[in-house]
Design a protein around this ligand. Structure first.
Ligand code: TXA
Ligand code: MG
Length: 314
């Protein structure tokens, strides 16, 4: 029987695993990431295999600072302005720099690359110590819910990959993805940074991508982020026995598993709780989960986007 090496105890040891082409799970402010050296095709291939991810879906490259990011992508003045929000829950899809030392598996053969500098001290230290950009999708089996705690990582991936514990993720929702090409910008994915905040920074509206058949952001397939249970959205009166994900006022008594995204109707709190509570209700073994209506303003755009995907037929 093959003996597994001992689990790394320090960040320096996690960094060594990465430099040797291994995988590690690390915390970010959005969700936990399954990271590998983005310059090594062998290492990146292991991400796709571990997640069971379709090969055509490109990965976000995580950097420790702007110099690393600038070695990989071309920054227009508009991109530079948006990059002032780093470190933070924002991914910029930019033209890949000629000769950037990135495995083609990271970009799935596209001539653009998704970059972000995460706002988590452990993530930044890990990337800096590894001295390599890290390709990292969310640390869940492909198509399943993104993990916001170590417990959820272990429930999804098992103990295959060492996990750097950073506690529960603060934002709880994946990064907002913008594609920036010169002076043009579109939002590919709603996320933890509300569109209105981005628009006020650059002082203009940001259109969302319309799916016109072409894969602009392959991860934006209709069915994604799926729990096992069937989801019913915009439900004010749940059926007895199904799970209920409330928002704001919840029923006093309810004959099934109940979670409340935010009793005070706070969208930030709701975003942080979303995946963890869906995980909980799913783990209760119900056949369906009813979800209360969530406002579409601010972070509500991203929350409703994830819910719609989780409810999509598969
Ligand atoms: O918050 C996050 O973004 C988390 C943490 C770990 O950073 N990561 C994450 O990665 O959500 P993932 O792999 O689950 O989603 C990455 C998304 C996918 O929808 C993918 O298609 C898109 O980014 N993407 C990456 N590179 C792209 C590119 N060059 N062009 C278009 N879309 C791209
Ligand atoms: Mg994901």
């Amino acid at each position: 029987m093959q003996k597994l090496p001992p689990a790394p105890a320090t960040i320096a040891e996690f960094a060594r695993v990465l430099r040797a082409g291994g995988l590690v799970v690390f915390p970010t402010e959005t969700v936990y990431g399954l990271g590998a050296d983005a310059t090594s095709s062998e290492a990146v291939l292991a991400i796709y295999e571990t997640k069971g991810r379709p090969r055509f879906n490109p990965l976000i490259v995580h950097c420790s600072g702007l110099p690393m990011a600038e070695s990989l992508a071309e920054f227009s003045p508009l991109a530079r302005r948006l990059a002032t929000l780093w470190p933070g829950p924002l991914t910029l899809v930019l033209p890949k720099k000629l000769g950037a030392p990135l495995s083609d598996l990271v970009t799935a053969g596209l001539d653009s690359v998704g970059i972000r500098i995460p706002a988590h001290p452990l993530a930044l230290e890990l990337i800096a110590l590894a001295g390599r950009p890290l390709a990292a999708p969310s640390a869940n089996p492909s198509g399943r819910l993104s993990p916001t705690t170590v417990g959820q990582v272990l429930a999804g991936l098992g103990a295959k990959v060492p996990v750097l514990d950073g506690g529960p993720c603060l934002a709880g929702l994946e990064s907002t993805i913008l594609k920036v090409d010169g002076d043009k910008v579109i939002q590919l994915r709603a996320g933890a940074l509300p569109r209105a905040e981005l628009e006020s920074l650059i002082n203009r509206p940001i259109p969302t991508s319309q799916s016109n058949g072409a894969i602009v952001s392959p991860g934006m397939m209709a069915s994604h982020y799926a729990p096992r249970a069937q989801l019913r959205l915009d439900v004010t009166v749940p059926t007895i026995g199904e799970g209920y994900l409330a928002f704001g006022t919840a029923p006093q008594t309810y004959g099934g598993p109940l979670r409340n995204l935010s009793a005070t109707g706070d969208l930030r709190e709701a975003a942080r709780n979303l995946f963890a509570m869906l995980h909980d209700l799913d783990a209760a073994g119900v056949a369906s989960i009813a979800v209360a209506p969530i406002p579409h303003t601010g972070l509500g755009e991203a929350i409703n986007d994830r819910l719609a995907r989780a409810a999509a037929p598969r």
